[in-house]
Design a protein around this ligand. Structure first.
Ligand code: TNX
Length: 529
């Protein structure tokens, strides 16, 4: 742009500002110029992840200052408070939340039924002029608009303590955005190794920032039972006391679990509990002899084999056990879904398996939930609605659709967060092949034989056989989760690894500011602060 054009633009902006303020434009305005809430600098790369549907950039920035407030329309206050908390921590500014009309230099969150998008949907519009205004029909939409706004600010906005000497400026943009898929999930296996409430909240923070909205907790497996069940207390006192490698295990009390569910809900994430049956049940079989045909409890299991355990499907105690567990977990679950597992039940006879899954579906429905199962459940005679989570054989996803179910896409070769990045990755498995950052981006949930409608969305699972610590979670989950988040949210048209790779490069410093020790993939030219 020529200097002449630039001057003209500044002049026009000042004229506009002065008219807006209905105040004099003489020397006073000149004096205030240094404190102006806007500037006319050309904006740089925006590097948003996930990429928004429509993005129009304009030259210039809005500056947030110690006078900036968050003006929330009625009902928008909780989302405004979450945004304010982040901004206060990073800037040291007060960011008062008010329910008045916004001033220049403020952020406005407006619940507005005329915003484009579905009435119950997650769409938002973000317009940054002399005010940064987020409009949405739902509080979820406002929340997602706030996440985009965070990414328009310097990376230090993610920091723990106020950053000094920074200009908190937001590029002037016009964004219209909405998700491609309804189900944008991650799974954490807390059974192979247990992770406490704080670790789960940390994952929720990062997931929700990248606009993911489902957290599937794999709560039980051969190596551990992680959720308190009042009517079967040995599940946690015995079954909760083991994990892979012989460590102490652990479990969530009902209060712990509800704390996770509530924290997730405030960030627009639905928790999906999984109680894996009839296989992957050694921890339960070790807790109660009557769940075994022999009548004897099984020895605890702390290795990583699969496919050897099964509930005694016809045992007299088993149907009571299944009913009690589903009832108690459903009571802790405000969300509509209950995941029954159903994977790798190699130790259950086929006729027992299909009968078991079918009857489990009716118990789940009796307690008001919709059944989710790993893709193997399509072997049973299921009734719609149900969700099948595809992980291994694409044909099973097609069968699920044929039976009237919808598919959650989690192909192990692309979406499994427990696969190594490359041969040098110190932890992780490799049975589905290595999955580098590019492979974790170059895939699509709508596979051959499925239509867009058959697929409710995607989920990236972290199995934790080799994952022992928070640092281990960080290494395997980040940055791959960002690619899955983008596939789940952004339009498929125009998706490009090269462009994503360039945007992702700017997220290293953001993840670092969030305290996340991500894998510095050599495929990305990570930006330094
Ligand atoms: C297969 S995926 C499993 C899990 C393992 C995982 C390890 C699925 C439904 N079952 O039990 O943890 O592989 O990658």
């Amino acid at each position: 742009m020529s200097p002449g054009t630039s001057t003209l633009r500044i002049g026009l902006v000042w004229l506009g500002l002065c008219l807006f303020l209905a105040s004099g434009c003489g020397a006073e305005a000149e004096r205030d110029r240094a404190d102006a809430t806007v500037d006319e600098e050309p904006i740089g790369e925006l590097n948003l992840v996930p990429d928004p549907s429509v993005l129009v950039r304009r030259n210039g920035h809005l500056h947030l200052t110690a006078d900036s407030r968050i003006a929330a329309s009625s009902g928008a206050e909780p989302v405004a408070e979450l945004l304010a908390a982040r901004l206060r921590q990073a800037t040291g500014f007060p960011f008062t939340v008010v329910t008045e009309a916004p001033n220049e230099g403020d952020i406005a969150l407006v619940l507005d039924a005329s915003t484009p998008g579905a009435a119950d949907g997650e769409a938002y519009a973000l317009a940054v002029t002399t005010i940064a205004t987020i409009r949405a029909r739902t509080t979820a939409g406002l929340f997602y608009g706030s996440q985009t706004l965070r990414q328009l600010l310097p990376a230090e906005v993610e920091g723990e303590a106020p950053a000094q000497g920074l200009t908190w400026r937001i590029p002037m943009v016009d964004i219209q955005d909405q998700p491609r898929f309804e189900w944008r999930g991650a799974m954490l296996d807390v059974a192979r190794h247990f992770f406490g409430v704080a670790d789960v909240k940390r994952l929720i923070d990062a997931m929700s920032h990248y606009k993911m909205n489902r957290l599937h907790l794999h709560l039980t497996d051969d190596q551990g039972w992680r959720i308190q069940i009042d009517s079967w207390p040995r599940l946690t006192s015995v079954g909760g006391a083991t994990e892979v490698g012989g460590g102490p295990g652990g479990f969530y009390s009902k209060a712990d679990y509800s704390e996770i569910v509530d924290y997730a809900a405030s960030r627009f994430i639905t928790v999906v509990p999984e109680i894996d049956m009839p296989g992957h049940t050694n921890a339960a079989l070790a807790s109660y002899g009557e769940l075994n045909e022999s009548g004897e409890p099984k020895p605890p299991y702390t290795s990583i084999g699969v496919g050897f355990s099964s509930l005694w499907v016809d045992g007299p105690a088993t149907s009571r056990f299944v009913d009690d567990v589903i009832r108690e977990v459903a009571e802790l679950t405000p969300g509509p879904y209950f995941h029954i597992g159903g994977d790798e039940a190699a130790a259950t006879a086929e006729e027992d398996y299909v009968r078991f899954i079918r009857s489990a579906q009716s118990v789940i429905e009796k307690y008001g939930k919709t059944m989710v199962g790993w893709e193997e459940v399509v072997r049973a005679d299921l009734t719609a609605p149900f969700l099948a989570q595809h992980w291994l054989f694409p044909v099973r996803a097609v069968q699920a659709a044929e039976k009237g179910g919808r598919v959650i896409s989690s192909p192990a070769t692309s979406a499994y967060l427990d696969m190594k990045y490359n041969d040098d990755t110190p932890i992780g498995l490799s049975w589905a092949g290595n999955t580098d950052v590019e492979a974790a981006y170059r895939w699509d949930p709508v596979t051959t034989g499925l239509s867009e409608d058959n697929v409710i969305g995607l989920e990236a699972p972290l199995w934790t056989e080799t994952v022992l610590t928070r640092e281990d979670i960080d290494l395997l989950v980040f940055p791959r989760l960002l690619g899955h988040a983008e596939i789940a949210w952004s339009p498929k048209a125009g998706r490009s690894w090269e462009l994503y790779r360039a945007r992702l490069a700017a997220h290293g410093v953001r993840l670092e500011a969030m305290g996340i020790d991500y894998f510095r993939s050599p495929l990305v030219d990570w930006r330094t602060p």
